[in-house]
Design a protein around this ligand. Structure first.
Ligand SMILES: CC(C)(COP(=O)(O)OP(=O)(O)OC[C@H]1O[C@@H](n2cnc3c(N)ncnc32)[C@H](O)[C@@H]1OP(=O)(O)O)[C@@H](O)C(=O)NCCC(=O)NCCS
Length: 409
């Protein structure tokens, strides 16, 4: 059976992703077909007008295509064997693609692209900060080794969702997304400044949605002060679900009103994570916080040099888990309840001190009010404000500390 994502290459990209399920493909377009359209063996079965959120009819329509070989017997090797784009819908009145006009080509990333794609991240992100008159900061909490390892991991586990855009062999943009159960997360989307505003970001975003279905929630964490990226995501109906606040603190207490971590909240007992023993516990904590389980991501974190995972316990009962890096990045951490987050953060501060780490870097959702209160009371500085966007509500982030680095949440 064909199980590929069908890419519809209309240049104006204000539409949700195409979806393919078994022998059915649903495609959204703002250009209703004036002539019968078809691609390969797929046949147009239905054209349904879309409606806006307030119920008014939109200019767009959902086209449903059927693949005639329902029992799969006549599916050719080429259509059944390819996991990605199997066809491009050709429509009457199609406009030429902006990116195609610029000589941009798209391909899946390989292990060898890891460094170059991170260079694109640097140039694009620093440019946004510079233009906004903000300080360009080296992210000490995100060492290069971890970033590169993350990209290698994505090629292995989410290879269909890691795309690069090239011009004459030079990478000018890249998108990395991850799919776990029914949650898709955009981990990175960057286009070199000189190549922006040509539709490349939109095209990369759409391609990184391979495997997304009707029931999949699309999610991303953004910089709240970047209207370009936020409006791009909102076009795909990723709307604000929560805020994401970044806090930094010096653990020797010299920089804050109070020594970060010096609060009356007690910390948890800790036990080093052992994935051969703790899988079920981690699954339970993940489902209760981010809303899905993610064993492969724990495999990733367990192998990051300098990152230690711990179970958090109170009187012998597991209340959460916590990863802490030797660069002082706390997270991911998940707790049973929102009220456990202060003790989880106090534990991170205690462990960091014990490891001789000078600074602690934490990102929490705005809904994690207990955790934020603890951070403020303990003298941490608010250093960044972001947004968590999603197409539908995902998880209970009031009991979660994000990974603080370039990995899933
Ligand atoms: C966000 C980003 C990837 C978008 O890439 P891009 O190739 O410029 O995207 P597109 O050309 O598809 O642009 C999307 C829309 O934003 C608009 N846009 C792009 N750059 C803009 C700018 N500087 N100012 C205003 N609007 C802009 C485009 O015009 C386009 O709208 P349109 O379709 O109506 O023309 C790119 O701007 C970037 O790398 N930014 C810095 C890194 C970043 O913030 N990444 C997001 C991390 S969450």
């Amino acid at each position: 059976m064909p199980s590929s994502v069908v890419t519809f290459t209309k240049p104006n990209s204000r539409r949700p992703p195409s979806q393919v399920k078994g022998s059915m493909a649903v495609i959204f377009t703002t250009l209703p077909p004036t002539r019968p359209c078809r691609f390969g063996s797929w046949r147009l079965q239905q054209c349904r007008r879309a409606t806006l959120a307030d119920g008014r009819p939109s200019r767009g329509a959902f086209l449903t295509f059927l693949f005639p070989d329902h029992d799969g017997t006549r599916v050719t090797r080429s259509s059944a064997g390819r996991r990605r784009t199997i066809a491009h819908v050709r429509m009457a009145r199609r406009r030429p693609s902006r990116s195609a006009a610029a000589g941009i080509t798209y391909r899946l990333a390989t292990i060898e692209d890891a460094e170059e794609t991170f260079q694109v991240v640097h140039e694009a992100a620093d440019d946004v900060l510079r233009r906004a008159g903000r300080r360009v900061s080296g992210d000490a909490a995100l060492p290069l080794a971890r970033v590169i390892r993350f990209r290698h991991f994505c090629v292995r586990h989410d290879g269909g969702r890691f795309w690069v855009a090239e011009q004459e062999g030079r990478i000018v943009g890249a998108a990395i997304a991850i799919l776990r159960e029914r949650v898709w997360y955009l981990a990175a989307l960057h286009v070199l400044p000189a190549f922006q505003s040509r539709g490349i970001g939109t095209e990369l975003l759409r391609r990184s949605m391979a495997g997304v279905g009707r029931e999949t929630a699309l999610t991303v964490l953004t910089d709240a002060l970047n209207p370009v990226s936020n409006s791009l995501y909102m076009r795909f109906r990723m709307l604000p679900q929560d805020t994401i606040l970044t806090f930094d603190g010096t653990l020797d207490g010299s920089g804050g009103r109070r020594a970060p971590g010096a609060s009356p909240v007690g910390s948890f007992d800790v036990q080093r994570l052992d994935l051969s023993r703790d899988r079920a516990t981690l699954d339970r904590l993940d489902r209760g916080s981010v809303g899905f389980s993610r064993p492969v991501d724990h495999d990733f974190w367990a192998g990051v040099p300098g990152l230690e995972g711990h179970l958090l316990e109170d009187a012998g009962t597991v209340r959460g888990y916590l990863y802490l890096s030797d660069a002082g990045a706390a997270g991911p951490a998940a707790a049973l309840g929102s009220e456990d987050v202060p003790a989880a953060l106090a534990t991170a501060a205690r462990l960091a001190r014990e490891r001789g780490v000078a600074n602690l870097h934490v990102r929490v959702a705005g809904s994690a009010r207990h955790g934020i209160s603890w951070l403020v009371d303990a003298g941490f500085q608010l250093t960044g404000i972001g947004l968590m966007l999603s197409t539908r509500r995902v998880g209970l982030l009031d009991r979660y500390v994000t990974s603080g680095a370039d990995a899933l949440y």
